[in-house]
Design a binder for this molecule. Sequence first.
Ligand code: SF4
Length: 358
Amino acid sequence: MADTVKLVKKIARLAEGKKKLRFMEVCGTHTVAIFRSGIRQLLPENVELVSGPGCPVCVTNDDYIDKAIEYSRRKDFVIATFGDMLKVPGSRSSLAAAVAEGADVRIVYSPLDCLEIAKENSRKKVIFLAVGFETTAPTQAATVLAAKAQGIKNLFMLSAQKLVPPALKFLLGDTAVKVDGFLLPGHVAVVIGAEAFNFLAEEFKVPSTIGGFKAEEILTALASLLEQIDSECAEVANEYRAVVKAEGNLSAKKILAQVYEVTDADWRGIGKILASGLKMRNEFAEFDIERVEPIEFERVEKKTACRCGEVLRGVINPTECPLFDKACQPLHAIGPCMVSVEGVCAAWFKYGGTNFKW
Ligand code: SF4
């Protein structure tokens, strides 16, 4: 607690006399940790925290959900997924609705669980919904390698993994996005390394700090951002040194590069971002359900007042969406940001989006 008080005072001292500053976190775990620990309320009036596209479920395009639903309706298909994908709306429906109609959808805690599901259901095709960032992609790659090594022929991935650095680059080119510094995602940095973010300082001169997830670690990272602004010297500071190395996790990076290659990706509410996704290399095409059994489906253009695209770019806060806490609540979510436990709208709903200041 003493350290927390010291850090809060340090932040107040560093922020004094400065213009309004907006720092963006790009990790759903940070979003929730910031709310849970009440950090917003501890910051000076001129320091604002906004959330970026850090929730993997929230940035998953509705086309992808439509495809997953389409596969789930096929005879002898099993869909395996993390639980928070169930209620994410596609253009017409959700996986939860497909389950109600009889689809076989299993909740797993790791893609590796799918190896057993595939063995136990050898006459069925098991598809894992491979969404997420660099944090989860190595385990998905390891699952593909294990399936290949074990001769499992009925396990597939529906891939939509995303990469964080290209998204940050994209945001910095978006004139509607106003960011004075990034609180960089500790978990992603563990895998790709602090060096992967160097472009933020070198190319864009934007202060950036890799932070951990405890209140004191987040406050330390915010103080680091303010110190960089104070000294007018942008860098990529690493305040999560216990686990983040400059070069990252070389083993994880190696299996990622072995199984996947970089491709363009569609981010929900944002659009296509060049070189911001992963797809399986040709050597592993037998595990890519879209290449083994492509599907055609009619795309439905959905018009709603959901403003997830602006929320995910930090252009507005969820309370500025006219549906927030009215038509859109966690139990009847209109957009994905209200569905996932790491979604920005869900965090504002659960922990209160007040701007109480002390
Ligand atoms: S409150 Fe609901 S409708 Fe509004 S942006 Fe968030 S998820 Fe979309």
